[in-house]
Design a protein around this ligand. Structure first.
Ligand SMILES: [Zn+2]
Length: 457
């Protein structure tokens, strides 16, 4: 391993130049005008994997291709890790808010500004370089490696699950490693222990067959807007708990040690409140802000539509009202079951004279790691060595359904270790990633592969 680390130090400038080449390719998966660029990014990445010593292939899918890299020289006795990342990026618009062009990487005050620097080209490139450090610096790798880099993460990964299912045997491994997330704070390496799932629905309330005059009919015919408001008001009780019967049935309680480690994080509640510009923070009673975001499920109204909302007055009794309702879910809640519970509850509280329809839009399963196992300990040692601080365990309020899919299809655990920093503007103008975390992160990954070689054996 010293040879691999030394190789990283002596080639750091070239690595950064190559990263800049990667960042210059505008691989925006959402826009078909960039299809050639996205294909070019895939070829470029395959070339980097080959130069690192992997066998690489660009594999077609019905959408953007998957770049597959493999090195199996560690032998049957050594574990195999699958590294997942994505080479596509979000659109850069609005361009006038960028201080330097999004596809012309620029360093200012130790930060690399470019679309994809943090999400996820920078972090994916760190893995490819860490592999090169082992194979070129030490002449070997302590683990067998499969790299799966997709080009459709920013458009919902429509072809990734079919790809993984189809390639199940070739992708057989002992663990999946993903670097596409952030550290809790600068100098504080972090391991992800949970992701929330999602259930997204539309609720329609109807009364009359068309809009009515509120003077001629109001008071005698049901009002869907009022009815929907009353129904939505029953979704929570006065303590912020979701009041849908059965909603918490499968919610796993976290142990006191994990809750204590969340409480111990250096979280500035006032700063968080200022950032969102809210007069006060509210939520489920009995839980801290981070617990409400990471380990507790939610029910939110995402949108409301009914009646007349234009200028001035229009005395109308609306025929229909609609609400978009979504749930962030925690293990072991099931999105389909939660959708059914919502519908049953709404039918129970539905006022007379109102018909309702509940439409499921989409859903994703929650994910939770076992942070006590040897894999987390191995990752902890690697990160502490590279950053000089033991990693903290953090949750993620958002959803990445593919993590659970990998675990389910390949029947192995996933390790989510990210190196972006809070405020790095993923998906926004002026996305950045620090030079320091790029360099240190490569060192951490070099160590991680060796730690995993022992802990997964
Ligand atoms: Zn990403």
């Amino acid at each position: 391993m010293p040879d691999a680390l030394e190789y990283a130090r002596s080639h750091a400038d070239r690595f950064r130049d190559e990263l800049f080449d990667f960042l210059r390719i505008p691989s925006v998966s959402a826009k078909s005008e960039h299809n050639d660029d996205t294909a070019e990014a895939a070829r470029w990445l395959a070339g980097q994997m080959s130069a690192a010593g992997l066998e690489s292939e660009v594999l077609a899918t019905p959408g953007h291709p998957v770049v597959l890299g493999e090195w199996r020289g560690a032998g049957d006795d050594a574990p195999t890790i699958l590294i997942y990342g994505h080479y596509d990026v979000q659109p850069a618009e609005p361009l006038d808010l960028w201080a330097s062009p999004p596809f012309e990487p620029t360093i200012r005050e130790g930060r690399i500004y470019a679309r994809g620097s943090a999400d996820d080209k920078g972090q994916l490139h760190m893995h490819v370089k860490a592999l090169e450090c082992w194979l070129s610096g030490a002449g070997t790798l302590p683990v067998n490696v499969i790299v799966v880099a997709e080009g459709e993460e920013e458009v919902g990964s429509p072809n990734l699950l079919p790809f993984v299912e189809q390639m199940r045997e070739r992708l057989a491994c002992d663990a999946v490693v993903i670097s596409d997330s952030a550290m809790f704070d600068e100098g504080l390496p972090s391991l992800l222990f949970s992701l929330r799932g999602l259930a997204y629905l539309e609720v329609h309330a109807r009364a009359a067959s068309g809009d009515l005059h509120s003077g001629a009919y109001g008071g005698a015919v049901g009002n869907p807007a009022m009815a929907l408001a009353r129904m939505l008001a029953t979704l929570h009780d006065e303590h912020g708990h979701v009041a849908i019967p059965g909603f918490y049935d499968h919610v796993l309680e976290w142990d006191e040690a994990t809750r204590a480690s969340i409480r111990a994080l250096p979280f500035d509640e006032a700063k968080f409140r200022d950032t969102v510009g809210a007069p006060a923070l509210v939520g489920e009673s009995g839980y801290s802000t981070l617990e409400r975001l990471w380990i507790r499920p939610t029910c939110e109204v995402n949108g409301l539509l009914s009646g007349y909302t234009g200028e001035g007055a229009k005395t109308v009794l609306p025929a229909e009202a609609m609400a978009k309702v979504s749930f962030r879910l925690v293990p072991d809640q099931d999105p389909r079951r939660v959708a059914r519970l919502l519908e049953a509850h709404l039918r129970e509280v539905r006022p007379e004279g109102i018909e309702i329809e509940v439409v499921e839009l989409h859903g994703g399963n929650p994910w939770r790691a076992d942070p006590s196992g040897p894999m987390f300990e191995a990752a902890g040692r690697a990160l502490e060595n590279a950053f000089g601080a033991a990693p903290v365990l953090v949750g993620e309020g958002g959803s990445i359904p593919i993590v659970g899919d990998f675990e389910r299809v390949l029947e192995v655990p996933a390790l989510l270790v990210g190196f972006a920093l809070p405020g790095c503007n993923m998906h926004a103008p002026n996305e950045w990633f620090t030079v320091d975390n790029y360099d240190r992160g490569i060192g951490a990954l070099i160590r991680l592969y060796e730690e995993l070689a022992t802990s997964l054996r």
